[in-house]
Design a protein around this ligand. Structure first.
Ligand code: APR
Ligand code: ZN
Length: 358
């Protein structure tokens, strides 16, 4: 079967057609991928921002159909439509039992267990998934069953960007009705955060991006105001009388915009960092301001979402016409076009490219 593989950091992905699957072990499920979104975190794996071994099958935002279940799997059966969750929800570990499945203790074990075979050697998938492949094997803990009548391209976006962004607004920031929100970055994650803020009832939503065309798109998804970074102070004055926003969300992963996000929140407000920067990059705060500004500075892992309940909720919002997922799909591509999709994302030309495997 075909899969797109990162063989070395900072090199193009190689699409190979001689990849095979390992054994279907206890608790494992064999899934045929129908659709996979291309997320910035895949680019971040390629350029070393997010550590991952090589070779690896990239892709972590996918949806597909169960082909076969391994020993002990009772909640899924052949033919079921599923979202792939890039963090497991085992339900057994301490974080899961505490109600924080997005911090599931099985994540690392799953992320480093290889399920592909290439040239006679086991090969892993990014975050344990590897959705840039026609098929994969994954633990049942990473699969969320969805209704058969929801198109799987729409479903695939929920696998990462939509859960991450909407979740950051609703679960992490807990945006309240009538509040003011600023979102930095209008890619798949930022656009989802804008939609989350809109669903939560924010009165003003300012979208900030350095690419003008992204700003036009942000308005369609619920931004009430838009600007490039140079105009931020002016808009902050206009919208909040200079006080700062109730909620500020960073959906880029850059130290400068992380710092700007903290600064954009009002005293007593909330700054949420969704974007993923490099391990060696630093963001500095002086020892006075953290106390004095009384801000909530929060990280947000997978939208602080308990995927088994939150993902079905997102699809109900979609069905109710309150979450626009179709318009987030800028391009439909074949797996062979993956490197062009990476370039298009880095050039700010797309919200999401979606690989069609059907
Ligand atoms: N100032 C303003 N906008 C910026 C800047 C900047 N310095 N740098 C990048 N952007 C904008 C881009 O123009 C783009 O619209 O941020 C957006 C990022 O979107 P994508 O590249 O599509 O990334 P996305 O998939 O949304 O992920 C965003 O969340 O999950 C993490 O790892 C992911 O760190 C990444 C972030
Ligand atoms: Zn992602």
């Amino acid at each position: 079967m075909k899969a797109a593989i990162l063989t070395a950091l900072n090199t193009p992905l190689e699409v190979r057609d001689d990849v095979s699957l390992g054994d279907l072990g206890p608790g494992d499920v064999h899934v045929k991928i129908i659709s996979s979104g291309v997320c910035h975190s895949d680019v971040s794996a390629q350029n070393g921002t997010i550590p991952c071994g090589c070779p690896t099958v990239l892709g972590h935002e996918g949806a597909g159909i169960v082909q076969e279940v391994g020993p002990g799997v009772s909640d899924l059966a052949s033919g079921d439509h599923v979202i792939l969750s890039f963090v497991p929800a085992c339900g057994q570990c301490t974080p899961c039992q505490r109600g924080q499945s997005y911090l599931c203790g099985r994540s690392m074990a799953i992320a480093i267990s290889p399920h592909f075979m290439l040239d006679g050697n086991p090969v892993g998938g990014f975050t344990g998934l590897g959705t840039f492949a026609e098929e994969l094997i994954i633990s049942e803990d990473c699969l969320i069953k969805v209704d058969d009548d929801v198109p799987l391209d729409v479903v695939s976006l929920v696998g990462c960007g939509v859960t991450t962004g909407v979740g950051a607004a609703i679960n992490t920031a807990q945006v309240s009705p009538g509040s003011s929100v600023v979102v930095f970055g209008c890619g798949g994650v930022g656009i989802s955060a804008i939609q989350g803020a809109r669903i939560a009832g924010a009165a003003e939503i300012l979208a900030v991006d350095m690419v003008e065309s992204k700003l036009d798109q942000a308005k369609h998804f619920g931004a009430t105001h838009v600007c490039t970074p140079d105009a931020l102070d002016q808009l902050k004055t206009e919208i909040t009388a200079g006080e700062g926003f109730d909620y500020a969300l960073e959906c880029i992963g850059n130290p400068a915009t992380i710092r700007a996000t903290f600064d954009a929140a009002r005293r007593g407000g909330t700054a949420v960092i969704v974007g993923v920067g490099r391990l060696e990059q630093q963001v500095t705060f002086n020892a006075f301001e953290l106390f004095y500004t009384d801000k909530n500075l929060r990280g947000s892992m997978y939208g602080s979402a308990n995927v088994r309940t939150f993902m079905p909720k997102l699809l109900r919002l979609w069905k109710a016409g309150k979450l626009d997922l179709e318009s987030m799909i800028s391009r439909r591509i074949q797996l062979e076009e993956i490197n062009e999709a990476f370039s298009a994302m880095q050039e700010g030309k797309v919200i999401r490219s979606v690989i069609d495997f059907s």
